[in-house]
Design a protein around this ligand. Structure first.
Ligand code: DC
Length: 231
């Protein structure tokens, strides 16, 4: 059976990665979390002093892009590939609210996007990939056989993200998380380079009132229809 490319785009905290991992595992495809790559670059910038509170030296980050290597290694216990920054596992460190607060700024930089998009296209060259992000169906894989666009209200998404952060032991308020979600929505949809937008041929899924199983079943159904068309 031919292996297709599945592009999942949408706003932050729409549960893209959760369902994308499940779909990839069921199909035996590779899952790539493109947001993790932008987060890893942001974490690098923070560690190297290019980002501090109210300070962002974008020029220095761009000059140092050649020193950044991002890779993924499958963790069989977790059932997905974790992200590595210069050979160090940073899967947990990139998920903090601090990284979330800066990542959209980093993702605005064209040089950063160019480097990461190139790597993403390389990772998906053979097909059999589920990739989630903001520009996967529009820029990274404009010819993906199946494109999904996930949405949910900002409040629903903030509640989900808040519960995740609290479960991980972070001290955050719901209001701070909601503000971050709204700010990222704004920057992600208004930036000049590859803004978040629904590809014309993407299927929109509003999961505000959907459980995980329902989303999984709906997407698997769409996968089956797409695979039939490919035969
Ligand atoms: O999916 P996420 O929340 O982990 O993504 C982190 C940030 O990275 C998000 O605010 C926008 C950016 N991003 C992007 O610009 N393009 C992508 N393909 C993926 C993420």
């Amino acid at each position: 059976m031919s292996k297709i490319t599945i592009a999942i785009d949408g706003f932050s905290s729409t549960g893209k990665s959760t369902v994308a991992k499940q779909i990839a595992n069921r199909l035996g495809y590779v899952y790539v979390d493109s947001g993790a790559m932008y987060r890893a670059v942001t974490f690098y910038a923070m560690q190297n002093g290019f980002i501090k509170e109210n300070y962002f030296n974008a020029k220095a980050l761009v000059a140092n892009l050649k020193n950044i290597t991002i890779s993924f290694k499958f963790n069989p216990q977790l059932g997905f590939a974790e992200v590595y920054l210069n050979n160090r596992n940073v899967e947990n460190e990139i998920r903090t609210l601090e990284v979330s607060n800066f990542v959209s700024k980093v993702a605005e930089i064209s040089e950063v996007r160019q480097k990461l998009v190139e790597q993403q296209q390389h990772l998906g060259k053979q097909g059999g990939v589920v990739m989630d992000g903001r520009d996967i169906g529009t820029v990274v894989f404009p010819h993906a056989e199946l494109k999904l666009f996930m949405t949910a209200s900002a409040e629903t998404r903030a509640k989900r993200r808040y519960s995740e952060l609290i479960a991980r032991g972070e001290t955050v308020t719901y209001e701070a998380v909601l503000k971050n979600v709204q700010e990222r929505d704004y920057i992600d949809t208004n930036r000049e380079d590859s803004p978040l937008t629904k590809a014309e041929d993407a299927i929109e899924i509003d999961n505000s009132l959907m459980g995980l199983q329902e989303q999984f079943d709906k997407i698997m159904q769409l996968v089956k229809v797409t695979l039939k068309k490919e035969v």
